[in-house]
Structure formats: C-alpha cells, structure tokens
Design a protein around this ligand. Sequence first.
Ligand SMILES: Cc1cc2nc3c(=O)[nH]c(=O)nc-3n(C[C@H](O)[C@H](O)[C@H](O)COP(=O)(O)OP(=O)(O)OC[C@H]3O[C@@H](n4cnc5c(N)ncnc54)[C@H](O)[C@@H]3O)c2cc1C
Length: 283
Amino acid sequence: MLTRREFIRTAALFALAPHAFAEREKEIWVNDVHSQLNRTRVRELLRPHTRDELAEIVRSASRKGLPISVSGYRHSMGGQQFATDSICIDTRELDRVVSFDRERGLLEAEAGIQWPKLIRAYLDAEAGDTKQWGIAQKQTGADTFTLGGSLSSNVHGRGLRMKPLISNIESFTMITADGKPIRCSREENSELFRLAIGGYGIFGLIDTATLRLVPRQKLRRVVEIIRADDLPKRFEERIAQNFLFRSMKNHRTSFNAAYFPATNRSAQTKRSSPKKHYAMTTG
Ligand SMILES: Cc1cc2nc3c(=O)[nH]c(=O)nc-3n(C[C@H](O)[C@H](O)[C@H](O)COP(=O)(O)OP(=O)(O)OC[C@H]3O[C@@H](n4cnc5c(N)ncnc54)[C@H](O)[C@@H]3O)c2cc1C
C-alpha cells in the first residue's frame, strides 16, 4: 500500500511531466556512461525514491500501454538499459539495505544500491565480530555498478572457479507488468528466478535482491610473468592448487598474472632473476 506521502510524490512525478502521457514538449536524451555510443531519446526519465513509487510507475505506464526501460548506473555499453520513447526508470535512489541476517550471511538490499555502499553497510554492521561475512564477487574495473544491473547481467568477477553472480543470489523481488511485487528464488517462481538473472530487465523490474555472502578471508597475492603460450596450463595448475582469484595484464608476448590463494601468513616478498619468472607474495 502506498502511504499518503508516497502517493502524493508519485502523483507529482507524473503531474510534473504531463507530456509523459500526452504530447511531448521537450526531448529527453540518455546515454551509457562509458562508450557514450547509445544516445537514446526517452519519453520520460523518472527516479523513484521508494519501492511503492516504482510499482506505481509500472502500473500507470501499464494502464496507458507505454513501454518501460530500466537502468542502474548505465555502465552497459550495448544500450540494453534504454528504449526509444520509453518511460525510462533510473533506480539509483532505491539504494537502501533492507535487512542483514548475520547468522546466515544473507543481505537484502534495494536494486539501485551500488557495491561501495553495500560493502560499507556490512563492514559497519560486523565491526568487531570474529566471524565476518563478505561478498563473494563483483565486477572488476569499476565499483559503481548497481545490484539490479549486476543481477540482470548475471555478472562475474575474478574467481577462478566461481560461477557467475546467480550463485550468490538467494532470492529477489520483482515488479511485474501489473505492478505487483513477486518473490523469486530457487523454490518460489523458480523459472522466473533463472530467467531474470541475466535477463537484462525484460522479465520485470528487480525491486530488492538478497545476496548470499561468504565468510571473509585474507588473501595472499602472488605475481608472476609468464609467456602467453603457458597461460592455459598455468590456469589449470593454479586452479588445482586451490587458488581463488586471478588478475592479468598483457605485456607484449607475456602476461603479468596475479593469483590469490587464501592465507593466514604474514607479508613476505620473493624475487628471482628478472630474466626468468619472478614471484612476489604479499600478505
Ligand atoms: C569498466 C567496466 C568493467 C566491467 N567489468 C565487468 C566484469 O568484470 N564482469 C562482468 O560480468 N561485467 C563487467 N562489466 C559489465 C557490467 O557488469 C554490466 O554492464 C552491469 O550491468 C553494469 O551495471 P549497471 O548498474 O551500470 O547496469 P545498467 O548498465 O544500467 O543496466 C544493465 C542491464 O540491467 C538492467 N537493469 C538495471 N537495473 C535493473 C532492475 N532494477 N531491474 C531489472 N533490470 C535492471 C538494464 O535494463 C540493463 O539491461 C563491466 C563494465 C564496465 C563498464
């Protein structure tokens, strides 16, 4: 149920933008934040502040037969987050942590939350705890991805043996075309659960998602320069040795590869002849 305040604000979103549903008076353009190759004209750009507002926008657009598109931080470079002349929903104001079950390591947050805020929330909540939880993975190269955009793209991190993000999703709630929230998990609405993770927003709007956290552990960094030809074999070896993560930099014909095994050891550094491989380990 919408509270009176939320109803007024939602109504105002539309009242302030009558051209969303009538003749357009000005043109609104959106684009992705990286390539800037996806400039798209949208009918209206709306930023709901509450999940009820989000549902009300969907209901209103649905009644009027207007298409909806949904975006997070807009990092995707294929234009998946926009549709021409759609009601474009920007979810970034929906960024609250809803609950954190510290016994089971389950954290529920709104879809527009970005990784830094989500991580800060559990670190603050767990300060001083001996047993701590953390995310298993996130994308590399940037931090400002939203949970909804990550889930809808079923992203992966640098885990050597990890499955993509779906393996860390316990459940989510989704607003379907009739504006009703439904819960999806491996047990409830399981088909929709599988479709919407990696579904790029076409099955409905993710409202909140519950992440399965993993026990936090200390990692050791091992860096070595290897020939590109040796890379596949080295991967297999490191996976067999239970290394958890990797990162790589291409350096002409060789790769600078860093692997991260779990460790409780203190910091140490080793370096062999620079002409050969060198390895550096830090705790
Ligand atoms: C620098 C950089 C590094 C990257 N590194 C990686 C990486 O290491 N691994 C990886 O897998 N990917 C990587 N990516 C891709 C990135 O993970 C995806 O583009 C991700 O979707 C971006 O999140 P976003 O919040 O910007 O989502 P957006 O780009 O805004 O949206 C992505 C998709 O999700 C949908 N969506 C957004 N919010 C919702 C919602 N609430 N409900 C339903 N659908 C929604 C949109 O409609 C769209 O289809 C990288 C991208 C960049 C630019």
